[in-house]
Each structure stands twice: as structure tokens, then as C-alpha cells.
Design a protein around this ligand. Structure first.
Ligand code: RB5
Length: 149
């Protein structure tokens, strides 16, 4: 079963806990990088912990939850090899796997409810990358833009 690294800030804590339980019950190997309560904290700390784990291939995919998903994705995408996507609809959950080969799913606990988050998470984890030549080329260009910075 896939290894999933998961993390949140205070705004995403309750949703992160629910998703962790959901994934564990399905048999995924879940590594929780915190946060551990609703006490105010800084989303980049948890985004970098999850992104580093995925980039090091110590997890197959990552899940990050904050208020909007946006801050988490901004931070995670600074880590080389990470393609983090904010998802708020089923089509994007599928497309970001098949087109972008996204390896981290970011969601906003103040944007979508728990049922939607579980639905998008299932789609994200069950959709393979298309392996299309055009998509491989475009992902390659994403990596090149980082190395030129
Ligand atoms: C915290 O209030 C909030 O700013 C954070 O969870 C997130 O939405 C940032 O992108």
C-alpha cells in the first residue's frame, strides 16, 4: 500500500485528523507530520516537512491541509521535485494527477467540507499519471525552470 505523508496547520488540523483516520482505515501507511492541535502555528513548517519527505521518496504522496490549501502549496512547491496542487473540485483532482503528475494534494478546510475532501483524496490517490509525451515534456520544463533560478 502507498505511503502517505500528511500535515496541516491549525486551520486544517481537524480535517487532517479525519483524513488520516480515513486513509489508515483504508490500509495506507500514513506518516503524520503535525500539527497536533488547533493552536496557531505556521503552515510552511508543516508543508516543508511533508514536501521533504515526499521529495526524499520516503513517502509516495503527500496531503496538506490549511485554511485555503494555498499557503501549503506555495511552500511545498519550493521543494525540488514537488508538484503540489490545490484542489477544490473532482475534475482538478483527476487532472492534476493525469496531466501534472502532482505528488502533493493541498486542500482548504475553510473552503470544502470533509466529505468533499475525502472524495478528492480518493480521486487523487487512484488516478495514475497519463505518461503522455506532452505531459512529460511540460513537467520537464517545470524542473528546468527551477534549476535556472
Ligand atoms: C491561517 O489563518 C491561514 O492563513 C492558513 O491556514 C492558510 O489558509 C494559508 O494559506
Amino acid at each position: 500500500m502507498e505511503r502517505i505523508a500528511i500535515g496541516s496547520d491549525h486551520a486544517g488540523f481537524a480535517m487532517k485528523e479525519a483524513l488520516k483516520q480515513y486513509l489508515t482505515e483504508k490500509g495506507y501507511d500514513v506518516k503524520d507530520f503535525g500539527t497536533d492541535s488547533e493552536a496557531s502555528c505556521d503552515y510552511p513548517d508543516f508543508a516543508f516537512a511533508v514536501a521533504d519527505c515526499v521529495a526524499a521518496k520516503e513517502a509516495d504522496k503527500g496531503v496538506l491541509v490549511c485554511g485555503t490549501g494555498i499557503g501549503m502549496s506555495m511552500a511545498a512547491n519550493k521543494v525540488r521535485g514537488i508538484r503540489a496542487a490545490v484542489v477544490g473540485d473532482a475534475f482538478s483532482a483527476e487532472a492534476t494527477r493525469s496531466h501534472n503528475d502532482a505528488n502533493i494534494l493541498c486542500m482548504g478546510a475553510r473552503v470544502i467540507d470533509e466529505e468533499k475532501a475525502k472524495e478528492f483524496l480518493d480521486i487523487f490517490l487512484n488516478t495514475p499519471f497519463s505518461e503522455g509525451e506532452n505531459h512529460i515534456r511540460r513537467i520537464g520544463k517545470l524542473e528546468r525552470s527551477r534549476s535556472e533560478q
